[in-house]
Structure formats: structure tokens, C-alpha cells
Design a protein around this ligand. Structure first.
Ligand code: GLN
Length: 241
């Protein structure tokens, strides 16, 4: 199964771990710099929701920011939700519009923290799931024979129909760079995007880990699978990543 490192400094990492395991992935807790280069190596990374400022401070204090940037730049698939999406943004603005510091970057977007307002402006909504071709890719991956299974050998079934998005003190992607693809939107705004130098970065302003809808994690694991197959075809040239 794919080995996914989940950043466990703060935030809702336990929910991500449960979602990934339900889709058959193996999870590796990331709590210090040494955790970032395990043997065998990681196949993907997840950055949870929480407070991006808290995570940024901890990443620096634990000397994890540089190695994480290196992994992402090397093409390792990474998925960030909410605060995790903020960490991945190349440009961050505070709720007052002032520039805020970039923690990791890698995704060419400008993101406004707490873009909808404070906690009382948190909400849930339904949106259309992915464009059909992208969804078909995700489904194909989870039903392929190489698809990971959990300890009992079964993969949790994927729901169908609209996607429920939960936005909690959520950020807003205010600008999407030229290479950034909008995958899911709500009221005309992108709430999930894919980009990065190798299309390896997935970022959502909502929390699929809280709704138990496995489609988003399945999509991410599809990206992970895609890269593993590519590296295998290249003769294992990606060992160092
Ligand atoms: N408002 C938080 C931040 O700025 C993100 C909230 C979340 O992850 N649910 O980091």
C-alpha cells in the first residue's frame, strides 16, 4: 500500500489518518524532521486543518519546513486541507488584506486566511463533485487491482452525488496561477485546486476528512498511485524522493 506521511503537529490529523486507512493506505505520523525520511520512503504527504500560524511556527521550530519544501519540490504528492492549503500557498494574505508569511509554498495561489470571516461564519454546503473526467480517473484508481485495501482487505465504498463541503474559518483562494486547475467550486469560488510544478499539489479550503466522504482522499491516492507507476516505469529513478 502507499505510505502517506500525515503531519501530526496540530490540527485534525487523526481524521485524515482514519480516511486514508479506510482507503487502504498506510499512514506514517510526521512529528519531527527525522520522520520525513523514513525507510521505505513516503509516497505522499497530508497537511491537516487547524491553525496555519501554529503549524508554521512548529514547522520552523522543528526544522521540518526546509525538508518538506524539498520533498514537495521533488514531486512528492501533497494534499493540504484548510490550514494545510494555506501552508502550501505561494502567497498568503491576512484577513485584513495584509501580506502574511508563506510557510511552505509550492502552489501558485494567493490565499486569504479566514476569508469568510470568523468562526460564526463557518458553514456547510453542497457542491457538484468533480468534472466527470477527473472523477472517472479517481474511481478507476480506487477500483484498480493495485488499489490499496485496509487490514481486513476491504476498501470503504465511495459515495455518489453532490459533495458536502464543510468550511471552518476557511481561507479563500483569491488568485489561481496559470497552471492551477480548479476542481471543485462553491458559489463561483474554487474550494479545491490542483497545481504545483508537477501537478503534485492538491489543496482544499474545506475538510473532506470531517465528512467521511472518501472521494477526495481517493482522488489524492490516485495522484500518489500515478506517480508511483511513473517512477516504476522510469526504473525507480525516484528513490530519493
Ligand atoms: N483559519 C485557519 C488558519 O488560518 C484555518 C482553519 C482550518 O483549518 N479549519 O489557519
Amino acid at each position: 500500500p502507499p505510505r502517506i506521511g500525515v503531519l501530526e503537529l496540530h490540527g485534525d490529523f487523526a481524521e485524515h489518518t482514519a480516511m486514508l486507512r479506510a482507503r487502504g493506505a498506510e499512514t506514517v505520523p510526521l512529528r519531527c524532521a527525522a520522520d520525513l525520511s523514513p525507510t521505505p520512503p513516503l509516497d505522499g504527504l497530508v497537511l491537516p486543518g487547524g491553525e496555519s500560524s501554529t503549524m508554521a511556527i512548529l514547522l520552523d521550530a522543528l526544522s521540518m519546513a526546509d525538508p518538506l519544501r524539498g520533498l514537495i519540490a521533488g514531486g512528492l504528492p501533497v494534499f493540504g486541507t484548510c490550514a494545510g492549503a494555506i501552508l502550501l500557498s505561494d502567497e498568503v494574505v491576512g484577513k485584513g488584506g495584509e501580506a502574511a508569511s508563506v510557510a511552505l509554498g509550492g502552489l501558485d495561489v494567493a490565499t486569504r486566511r479566514n476569508g469568510y470571516g470568523t468562526q460564526v461564519h463557518s458553514f456547510e454546503a453542497e457542491t457538484a463533485w468533480l468534472p466527470a473526467d477527473v472523477a472517472a480517473d479517481a474511481d478507476a484508481t480506487t477500483t484498480a487491482p493495485t488499489a490499496a485495501t485496509d487490514d481486513a482487505g476491504a476498501v470503504a465504498p465511495l459515495p455518489t452525488g453532490p459533495l458536502r463541503v464543510v468550511l471552518i474559518r476557511a481561507p479563500i483562494f483569491e488568485r489561481l496561477g496559470p497552471g492551477v486547475e480548479e476542481l471543485v467550486s462553491h458559489e463561483g469560488r474554487a474550494v479545491m485546486v490542483r497545481g504545483g510544478s508537477q501537478r503534485q499539489v492538491l489543496a482544499a479550503t474545506f475538510h473532506p476528512e470531517l465528512t467521511g466522504d472518501g472521494r477526495v482522499h481517493a482522488l489524492f491516492l490516485g495522484m500518489v498511485d500515478e506517480r508511483r507507476r511513473r517512477l516504476a516505469a522510469d526504473g525507480g529513478g525516484g528513490k530519493k524522493a
